[in-house]
Design a protein around this ligand. Structure first.
Ligand code: GDP
Ligand code: MG
Length: 292
């Protein structure tokens, strides 16, 4: 049979290692603090049919706009097609309670045109938190396939394996049109490097490292050089555009009803919010009385 290379990617604490352990039957250390997975760890997994999976558990990463060593490990792998571990399919693991924040990285990985599956983990907490998801809607608008998983309960893993063997059916459509970050600049890039993926080029430029993709000398001293502050501004623009996209999708695809939440803390939060609001009005009235 074939062996598929699968990279598990996600923000810290989304349950990557837990999913890894379920897939591989191994017992890597699960931690409730970031940075516990500090290097590439791999294991194998039997997949439906005759296929085998080589699963790579990567360090937790917030985004591809690298700032830490952990993040560099992931970027180096995903930008370098010649890396022996370069994945056939990326599995982005997210926490159902932090979808909005976790999806930032998902949209970036997807825009590298790597076949990407979305795991929404910790689904056992949905009822308590009053969260419901319209999975077909999310799949359609995030242009991916979704496995709703609880690695705590062990549910959704067979579905995930099925999605992995069917990875060829995944859409390659990006979430964000990279040119929108700076149309004039990206148009020039497109003409200068017609065979390169724009978003990939953009990462190379902002990371200021070549990762074996293009000869950075081609870029240096050309009109493609930008100041650090310009790059930072454009990166911020990219992040804002991504969150706009994510917000729009979640507005319809996700409902959080705290009045339905079985979770005491969610209920308490609601009461406290009302109470703080009440006190604020009370003090405002007091101030008015004192001033008059
Ligand atoms: P990683 O940092 O992404 O590798 O995440 P880990 O696998 O180390 O898990 C982080 C924390 O989340 C641990 O305390 C896990 O026990 C917990 N966790 C992982 N998966 C689930 C799940 O499906 N449900 C719940 N409730 N907790 C989970
Ligand atoms: Mg881990």
């Amino acid at each position: 049979g074939t062996t598929l290379k699968i990279a598990l990617i996600g923000n810290p604490n989304t349950g990557k290692t837990s999913v890894f352990n379920l897939l591989t039957g191994l017992n890597q250390q699960v931690g409730n603090y970031p940075g516990i997975t500090v290097e590439r760890k791999s294991g194998t997994c039997r997949l439906p049919g005759d296929a085998k999976g080589l699963i790579l558990d990567l360090p937790g990463t917030y985004s591809l706009n690298a700032s830490s060593m952990d993040e560099n490990v992931v970027i180096e792998l995903l930008l370098n097609k010649t890396d022996k571990d370069y994945p056939d399919v990326a599995v982005v693991v997210t926490d159902v309670e932090n979808l909005k924040r976790n999806l930032l990285l998902f949209t970036q990985i997807k825009d590298l045109e790597i076949p990407t599956i979305l795991v929404i983990n910790m689904s056992d907490r949905m009822e308590r938190k009053g969260i419901s998801l319209d999975v077909p809607y999310l799949e359609q608008h995030l242009k991916t396939h979704i496995a709703l998983v609880s690695s705590r309960k062990g549910t959704g893993i067979d579905h995930l394996k099925q999605l992995i063997v069917n990875y060829k059916g995944l859409s390659h459509e990006p979430c964000l049109n990279a040119s929108g970050i700076d149309p004039e600049y990206f148009n020039r890039l497109r003409h200068a490097f017609p065979n390169q993926l724009l978003y990939k080029l953009w990462l190379v430029i902002t990371q200021d490292a070549n990762f074996g993709i293009i000869d950075m000398k081609e870029l240096q001293g050309t009109s493609f050089t930008k100041t650090k502050s310009d790059l930072k501004r454009l990166q911020q623009k990219e992040t804002i555009k991504r969150y706009q996209f994510i917000n729009d999708v979640l507005k319809v695809g996700q409902t959080i009803d705290t009045s339905n939440a079985k979770d005491l803390r969610a209920k308490l939060d609601r009461v406290l919010t009302h109470q703080v609001f009440g006190y604020a009005i009370f003090f405002a009235i007091l101030m008015l009385i004192f001033q008059s």
